[in-house]
Design a protein around this ligand. Structure first.
Ligand code: SF4
Length: 236
């Protein structure tokens, strides 16, 4: 097993999304993804991956010396990298709470995870006619890969807690979310989160429908607090 991982960035900030919003956390962004969402907000870890190979032990030392008690292992798609298992275990042994942020298309046996944060990708993510994909090869690959119910269910079963974050663009996405949820087991309604698409703070009127759908279904509304506080900037 490799003792290194391809890292796009590490930083300390507050968690901006999901159940642990506001919690001081050490973020470790792995570079590389098996999908190509057209609205990806970290293209430097997917469309144009930037990376530095870093030793796992060095990453653990950095996380521990940061003083925070929560680690967020994100990407890109962190599940692509076998070394994530060792990183997650060493961080757990050091007393940190582990969140893994994944699209839920892959499983890494042996991972140590307290909160599995899964963001299943809807059809609105497919890079159809995206200028970064002139041949359409990524759009095809993305469509083939974006939903893997076996992996999602295994990830939920293997973790102490989970959340299912859906990026929504329009009310028409709701029927697809319900259809996706039909294939998933082991979650509570409040684990389902709707997050409006975009990298700016949304106008309240434009996202009122998202809030109303959450109220009607017992789902959670998921803001991006880091965007409210820091804008669309790296390292936040
Ligand atoms: S899965 Fe995440 S990192 Fe990968 S392309 Fe989609 S939004 Fe970007």
């Amino acid at each position: 097993m490799s003792d290194q991982l391809p890292i796009s960035e590490t930083f300390v900030s507050i968690q901006g999304e999901g159940k642990l919003t506001g919690v001081p956390s050490w973020f470790c962004r792995l570079s590389g993804c098996n999908l190509r969402c057209t609205w990806c907000d970290t293209p430097y870890a997917s469309w144009e991956p930037e990376k530095t190979l870093r030793l796992i032990d060095e990453l653990v030392d950095e996380a521990v010396s940061s003083g925070v008690k929560h680690a967020v292992l994100t990407g890109g798609e962190p599940m692509l990298f076998e070394g994530l298992v060792a990183l997650s275990r060493k961080l757990t042994d050091a007393g940190l709470h582990i969140t893994v942020e994944t699209a839920g298309t892959l499983v890494l046996p042996g991972l140590s995870c307290h909160l599995m944060s899964i963001s299943p990708k809807l059809a609105n993510s497919t890079p159809t006619d995206d200028p970064r994909d002139p041949s359409g090869a990524w759009a095809k690959r993305h469509e083939e890969r974006r939903l893997n119910f076996g992996a999602i269910n295994e990830l939920i079963a293997s973790s102490l807690d989970c959340q299912l974050k859906f990026v929504v663009s329009e009310p028409g996405d709701l029927a697809e979310i319900e259809s996706v949820l039909d294939g998933i087991v082991g979650y509570q309604q409040s684990d389902v989160m709707l997050m409006p698409e975009g990298v700016t703070v949304p106008d309240p009127d434009s996202i009122r429908w998202v809030v109303d759908e959450c109220l009607a279904r017992g789902w959670s509304y998921c803001p991006r607090v880091h965007v409210q506080l820091f804008g669309d900037t790296r390292g936040t």
